[in-house]
Design a protein around this ligand. Sequence first.
Ligand code: SF4
Ligand code: SF4
Length: 338
Amino acid sequence: MNPLDLEHDLRECALCEHRCGVDRFAGELGVCRMASPMVASRTLHPAPPESYTVFVAGCNFKCLGCQNWTISQFPDNQMDVDGHVDPESLAQETVSMLSSRRATLMSADRVFFSGGEPTIHLPFIEKVVADARKLSPGLKVNFDTNGFMTEKSLERVLCFTTSLTFDIKAFYDDTMRAITGAPVGPVLRNVEIVAKRAVDKLWEFRIVLIPEVNEDDIRPLCNFLASLSTDLPVAFLAFRPNFVLDQHLGATRELIARCLEWAKSANLRNVTYAGVVDIPGTRGSVAEEMEKVYERRGAKIAASYALAAGCTTHPRDCVSCPSASTCLVKKYIPTRSC
Ligand code: SF4
Ligand code: SF4
């Protein structure tokens, strides 16, 4: 790969709304802590849409309940990843894997970029897709995102994607910050852009239901989505205890039913749910220090878990945090995985 292909975007990085402005090309690190693109793993994957999934390493969020924390919190957690992969080789491998008998049996029909967060390696992904389409012009591409890219990056993503899977973590800013370390505004703006201008590419909006934490956000989120279109595809996913929230309880059957009812009341017509329910755990509690910093109880509970894991800045704001280079949250190793 010609290093200059990456240089333009990485010299003063503003690929996502953290807009760190660091020179990743020279090895400086922003919130995502990634200088050059790395792949964590890749495999044929049966989850819809069935695909050859490429998990890129690193993420611009520090979500407390991350299911893929080994990948997303790389490199600080020192987990194993595949590492640097030449985009041309990855393109060839992708086309070859999608033409295999295993892919046909699985109905895998696209490459699916996930992570971590693929936005932080956007120029690398664009190159892989361009090279793969030289070999297979009709190649379908899914982009799996937390939606925190800039508008410019979103336009670029929409140029090459066939489908988009888009996570929405919260509706209120304090809940979002407590869960992820980032503000909610850019995500809701991008939800609106996709709903209004690229709904044909939207596979689904995905909302992980975390009991006690983002419960209060779900009803207004349903109303917001319905105000854009009542036909938007929305998937509720049951939270499974993981990462910093490893001792927290999983989504209950009752919570899923309540969220489905809220979606119905909002007239959302295209809502599904998935996941294992009723995994036991604690409900969380509010640390005294968080009582006045966050407004909503769910945000206070999430922030209290973050505080216990070593998060120093509240409201959480990873881009302005003085502890970013030594962040203990990124090094957290859960003792329970469900
Ligand atoms: S967090 Fe976003 S803006 Fe900051 S360096 Fe990473 S990709 Fe660039
Ligand atoms: S310590 Fe700082 S960088 Fe780490 S999660 Fe908390 S706010 Fe983000």
